[in-house]
Design a binder for this molecule. Structure first.
Ligand code: ADP
Ligand code: MG
Length: 701
């Protein structure tokens, strides 16, 4: 019998239901309290929880456990230990102590630390994040109990993406609660943020993938001419699924559900071979863990179907790349979404205040948000010739924009535009309610009904960074608001004035038009909005005086941590471009140039043999081809030499200087090598080309 979805869901998670079933009531209550109040865990409680977790895991076939963490590589890390412990009679028992649950000590000197730890001070600790449930993972190595953990250095600095995220959630909770208490909501004791990330990806045939070093080493194609067909017919978007893809999605969903990931929506995306999956939103911390897991599962499941899942932001030039839309909102412990405007937003003062706070936070810290969405892959999207733009603006939609205009112009908002009824003019289709606001697909930061959608993130990125920044900057503004309102004599008047002042001062960040247009770039410049074109140019925002003040004030990052993270960003950029450039050099010199030389030689031989067989024969086609091929070959060789020299030169540099050199010198030289080789691909006969082409990769899945 087929297992019911409701039975599959969460079956590999040590979740609430399992805890209730397996823990003594007293222990369960103590653990819950610790989770809710953020207090530290009693070792005696940990001991019992560890034992129950172990029994549960072993019953399910687990032999090992691991502290699962998220170092600054952006992917997850784990070290497995088996449960075995020897007994005096030479046998073993299965053991797992409270201490082992709470704390791990991986020798982590090889993880990026940005100078935070020298290799001789290799101690790093992982600590159980009790707010994210443990889970089981099965692969060829067997079943492993995975414990979500934070990762820090011996001196207590965060070495991971989870710790700052948790700290930012605390900051947001604290400041938002202060504001809500001023509104008289004394039952609100905490505020959490909800996140629902939409994940885009490509699926290509694994055998073809394995024939391209660029995909293997860098996750994207570094060469490749456009096939006759790209995405112009828009026939892939929401198109019906091919069998092989459908089978992949089915298994992906099941794997997600087992782990309690609320996989909900799936469809084909704009580019050929591109797809999307979106879960239902949950708390930011868990959403982050789940998204990391999702990306891992996608890769695993793809390989089981003879496919490879590409999470790179721009695997193919000329067609859309992949992003991640980070839907974000704030919810009270009493269950109220603070970004829900209700039917008449103009009357909803509390909503307007939180909205104004987000506007101010985004406007004041656009540089930090831009950085939080930066990685080398996303440079091909943001600010390049693709959506979304690198300029941060906020889309509010007609209804809210109108409310704000009323506020700014008259000091008072009296009406909210309503959606009305939709009649499509065919009787068979029932009338339905229309939203008050249409969607806007071109805004990097869009209000979508009861949440903001931050659309700039790259598909391969951890969402921890963006949410850490978002929480921290909104917490900061809410803190300022609370400071001001706490002093006010007349609360209502003060709130009203504060909303008006804030939206007036920050209306420049609101843009409801087409974010992809050239006019917007000009207009944004007039408004003084930053247009940061690349990751390398974005990094300094992290260590600006403003950022240091903000992050340290709310205990999200220490100054040392910020500097180390900036270092890591530069390093990551340099390393990535270095790998890409070296891969290009290898492919050009070992594959493309030799293949084309062979082709040119065969052309020359054909000219000679035709001429000797028939001296009067016209060989102008072959001669033209040979000339063109030779010219492009020469161009390739020159570009190859130049790129090689630059890569050598880059090796002597370090830090921001090196990253800038990679960006401004090596990166353009890569394009110079690609151009003649792509031209050659179009020129020579198909059989000559040593790797699968875009046509093969994108359309023959
Ligand atoms: P799309 O933007 O493609 O139309 P959906 O409307 O389906 O997508 O929603 C996108 C994501 O937003 C989903 O992950 C959904 O769970 C999430 N989401 C919905 N409401 C909220 C909320 N209040 N806070 C955070 N995320 C939310
Ligand atoms: Mg969306």
């Amino acid at each position: 019998m087929v297992e019911k979805l409701t039975e599959i869901f969460g079956k590999d998670v040590f979740n609430e239901a399992t805890m209730v079933e397996r823990l003594p009531k007293k222990i369960y209550v103590a653990l819950k309290k610790t989770i809710e109040n953020g207090t530290s865990l009693d070792p005696a409680v940990a001991e019992v929880v560890a034992n129950a977790m172990k029994d549960w895991a072993i019953e399910r076939g687990a032999t090992h456990y691991t502290h699962w963490f998220q170092p600054m590589t952006g992917i997850t890390a784990e070290k497995h230990d088996s449960f075995i412990a020897p007994t005096v009679d030479g046998k073993i028992i299965m053991e797992f102590s409270g201490k082992e649950l709470i704390k791990g000590e991986p020798d982590a000197s090889s993880f990026p630390s940005g100078g935070l730890r020298a290799t001789f001070e290799a101690r790093g600790y992982t600590a159980w994040d009790i707010t994210s449930p443990a889970f089981l993972r099965e692969d060829a190595s067997g079943v492993t109990l995975c414990i979500p953990t934070a990762f820090c250095s011996y001196t207590g600095e965060a070495l991971d993406k989870k710790t700052p995220l948790l700290r930012s959630m605390e900051a947001l909770s604290k400041e938002a609660t202060r504001v809500l208490n001023l509104f008289g909501h004394n039952d609100v004791t905490s505020v959490s943020c909800s996140v629902g990330p939409e994940q885009e990806y490509f699926l290509i045939d694994r055998n073809k993938y394995l024939q391209r070093e660029d995909l293997i080493f860098s996750g994207r194609t570094l060469f490749g001419a456009m096939p006759p067909k790209g995405q112009e017919l828009e026939d892939h978007y929401f198109g019906s699924l091919k069998e092989r893809i459908a089978a992949f999605m089915k298994e992906l969903n099941e794997e997600c559900w087992k782990l309690g990931i609320l996989a909900k929506t799936q469809h084909n995306e704009v580019a050929p071979a591109q797809h999307e999956i979106a879960p239902i939103f949950t708390t930011a911390n868990i959403a982050t863990d789940h998204n990391q897991l999702l990306m891992e599962i996608m890769k695993k499941v793809a390989s089981r179907h003879g496919l490879t899942c590409l999470l790179h932001e721009k695997p193919f030039a000329g067609v859309n790349g992949s992003g991640k839309h980070n839907n974000w909102s704030m919810v009270t412990n009493t269950g109220k979404n603070l970004l829900d405007p209700g039917k008449t937003p103009h009357e909803n003062v509390q909503f307007l205040l939180f909205l104004a706070a987000v506007l101010k936070a985004v406007d004041d810290n656009a540089d930090l948000l831009r950085l939080s969405a930066s990685n080398p892959g996303n440079d091909h999207r943001l600010g390049a010739n693709e959506a979304p733009p690198a300029i941060i603006s906020v889309f509010l939609g007609e209804q809210l924009a109108d409310v704000l205009t009323q506020l700014i112009e008259t000091g008072e908002a009296k009406t909210s535009k309503q959606g009305g009824k939709m009649n499509v003019g065919a009787h068979a289709i029932p009338e339905f309610g229309k939203d008050a606001t249409d969607r806007n697909r071109t805004s990097p930061f869009a209000f979508t009904g009861n949440k903001f959608e931050f659309r700039m993130l790259g598909s391969s990125m951890s969402i921890a960074g963006a949410n850490t920044v978002l929480n921290a900057i909104v917490a900061d503004v809410l803190g300022q608001i609370a400071d001001e309102l706490e002093k006010a004599d007349n609360f209502e008047l003060a709130v009203h004035d504060l909303i008006k002042k804030t939206v007036t001062e920050h209306q420049k960040i609101v843009f409801n038009g087409n974010g992809y247009s050239d006019e917007w770039v000009v207009e944004a410049e007039k408004r003084g909005l930053p247009n940061i074109k690349s990751m390398v140019e974005a990094v300094p925002a992290l260590v600006s005086e403003k950022a240091i003040t903000l992050f340290t004030k709310h205990n999200v990052f220490s100054e040392v941590e910020l500097h180390s993270r900036a270092e890591i960003e530069y390093e990551a950029y340099s390393k990535t471009i270095n790998i890409e450039a070296k891969t290009m050099i290898q492919m050009a010199s070992k594959k493309f140039i030799p293949a084309v030389i062979k082709y040119a030689t065969s052309l020359a031989a054909s000219i000679n043999s035709v001429k000797s067989a028939c001296p009067d024969a016209i060989v102008s086609v072959q001669e033209d081809l040979l000339k063109e091929t030779s010219a492009l070959l020469a161009q390739s060789q020159a570009a190859l030499k130049k790129l090689t020299a630059y890569v050598d030169e880059a090796a002597d540099k370090e830090g921001s200087e090196q990253a800038l050199f990679f960006r401004t010198v090596v990166f353009p030289a890569m394009a110079e090598l690609r151009t003649p080789i792509d031209a050659l691909e179009l020129l020579v006969e198909k059989e000559v080309w040593p790797v699968p082409t875009y046509g093969d990769l994108l359309f023959e899945v």
